[in-house]
Design a protein around this ligand. Structure first.
Ligand code: URA
Length: 270
């Protein structure tokens, strides 16, 4: 594109894609900066809007309830799920999280529900949203290689995310969205009841292991994860997407994997 020529539709689409805009939320375009009805009240600024809204609201007619109501509803629903199948069915029906309305489908889990080890990431990306399975894109391929390095695969490991719907454009989930989804992943962990829980990356570690420390401090450390009925050993490690961007940290991730393998060995000899 030369500076004085208008971009073609193809160039514009390529620009959007690179900026992370890879899905249409509605059939018609909406100017979210000028239509007050499309901007959540809390994010409206008095003078010209200076920032993008923190969360893209659900399309009209499909509004999610206020966060406090949704968090209470999520706790109540998750608590009553007697099995993983029931929990999945509840999530399919749950309308409390606006991410559901922009995602293609629910991304519940992959792997073996009887597994002794459970990995939890942050939220699905584009490929996961299309396939309905966690960690199937580039970072998923690396996760598969990481777990294969300690003799595991999706037949003897269980994989899920804190957030089961893809945030539009892969944006960071808001704290409210995380709090709404938290009871579901907590119940999922309780129902899988693994011997070892592995949190992948900072958001999953901070959310599930209730720490404010960053992943550089938490990785490689063992935590106690309390399900309410049992304490599970939990280890934080780097997210595979981070390792793709910063391969020099793979050495530390390898140490974490050795530590996980040892913990599984000692749990099975008990
Ligand atoms: N990143 C995640 O945290 N989860 C996925 O499922 C894919 C990428």
């Amino acid at each position: 594109m030369t500076p004085d020529s208008a971009p073609t539709a193809r160039q514009l689409l390529a620009f959007y894609l690179e900026a992370g805009v890879d899905c249409a939320l509605t059939d018609e375009p909406a100017n979210r900066l000028s239509d007050p009805g499309l901007i959540p009240a809390a994010t409206m600024l008095p003078e010209p809007v200076k920032t993008m809204p923190a969360a893209i609201p659900a399309p009209r007619g499909e509004a999610a309830p206020p966060p406090e109501v949704a968090i209470m509803a999520a706790r109540e629903a998750a608590r009553t799920a007697p099995s993983l199948e029931a929990l999945r069915a509840l999530l399919e029906k749950f309308d409390g999280c606006a991410l559901k309305f922009t995602a293609t489908r629910l991304v519940f889990a992959d792997g073996n529900p009887q597994a002794r080890i459970m990995f939890v990431g942050e939220a699905p990306g584009r490929e996961e949203d299309i396939e309905g399975l966690p960690f199937v894109g580039r970072s998923g391929k690396l996760l598969d290689r990481m777990i294969a390095a300690i003799g595991l695969n999706r037949g003897n490991a269980y994989i899920a995310n804190v957030i089961p719907w893809r945030p539009p454009g892969n944006r960071t989930p808001t704290p409210q969205e995380t709090q709404i989804c938290l009871p579901f992943i907590q119940r999922q962990i309780e129902l899988v009841n693994p011997d070892v829980l592995v949190t992948l990356g900072n958001p999953s570690t901070q959310t599930l292991l209730s720490t404010r420390e960053g992943i550089m401090k938490t990785r490689g450390r063992w935590f106690d994860y309390d399900t309410g009925t049992r304490t599970i050993r939990a280890l934080a490690t780097f997210h595979p997407a981070y390792l793709l961007r910063s391969p020099s940290y793979k050495r530390m991730a390898w140490q974490d994997l050795r530590s996980i393998a040892k913990a599984l060995e000692s749990a099975s000899s008990r």
